[in-house]
Design a protein around this ligand. Structure first.
Ligand code: ADP
Ligand code: MG
Length: 252
């Protein structure tokens, strides 16, 4: 279905292969990436490209964008195909994922954020389970959070399925903050992501995941509230420690 090499524009190729039913370009994305929803027969794909090589407007140039796409493939391949990462093949700068229905939970992208927060607590917790289990796998494989925010989650309200996507800037292994203010949304970021030279590691992942629950849960049950409080003040020593505390509070 998807050969290793193509020598035409992605959109030309995808048009031949099937029907392009969605496009995510400069009108919605500031990444410089251009992605497509493509249907072939009964199957739908989300196809992501690094966009126009001549587009130097974004923070990352084309080579930088291609490097992130390759990083995303490595990330997707390192965890068992879960609800989040469906990376299958890369050819040239082009990555194919399964298409997932859902609405972006980003605060600034319509009403889904508020509708999600208004769901029954158990439904929100079930979605957080998906997010946290995925991060347990990613953390175990050595991946450290980068630029995660509510715009990296799609929620399908009818089926109650959460999809996590766009984890392209996660990095493998602990590292130092080499940017000062790193990529990310302030509501989710850990203090070390604002401080040049600070260590960025599994503890950072724990903080950002805890912040995600704080943002999404309007009234966390008290036991969970205590875990979130600890995660964002005295901190947990690792994502695994945070996740364990969360699961045991959840079972109470
Ligand atoms: N697997 C998917 N299925 C359906 N839509 C997706 C999928 N992954 C991403 N999207 C949609 O495409 C948009 C752009 O994808 P994203 O990975 O965020 O690209 P970018 O690198 O440009 O930020 C997302 O905001 C989301 O709405
Ligand atoms: Mg994005």
């Amino acid at each position: 279905m998807f050969p290793g090499e193509i020598d035409v524009q992605p959109s030309t190729y995808l048009d031949r292969l099937g029907t392009i039913f969605a496009r995510f370009g400069a009108d919605t994305q500031d990444s410089g990436n251009v992605s497509y929803g493509v249907q072939t027969g009964a199957t739908r794909y989300f196809v992501k490209t690094a966009g126009d090589p001549a587009n130097t407007e974004p923070y990352l140039d084309f080579d930088g964008r291609v490097a992130l796409l390759r990083n995303a493939v490595a990330l997707a391949e390192s965890v068992s195909p879960g609800p989040a990462c469906g990376g299958r093949v890369i050819w040239g700068p082009l990555v194919v994922y399964d298409w997932r229905d859902g609405e972006l939970l980003h605060l600034n992208s319509g009403s889904a954020h508020e509708r999600f927060r208004a769901l029954p607590v158990e439904e929100i917790l079930a979605a957080l389970d998906t997010l946290y289990d995925l991060h347990a796998d990613l953390d175990a494989a050595g991946w450290v959070e980068g630029d995660f925010y509510d715009g990296a989650m799609l929620y399908d309200f009818p089926t109650r399925r959460l999809t996590v996507m766009d984890l392209d800037t996660y990095r493998r292994g602990p590292h130092r903050n080499d940017m000062g203010r790193m990529f990310g949304s302030r509501r989710f970021m850990a203090p070390e992501q604002l401080s040049l030279g600070a260590p960025i590691d599994t503890r950072t992942t724990a903080y950002v995941m805890a912040r995600t629950a704080v943002v999404l849960l309007s009234e966390p049950p008290p036991a969970l509230c205590a875990v979130l409080q600890e995660a964002t003040t005295t901190r947990f020593p690792s994502y695994a420690a945070f996740h364990r505390a969360w699961l045991s509070a959840r079972a109470r």
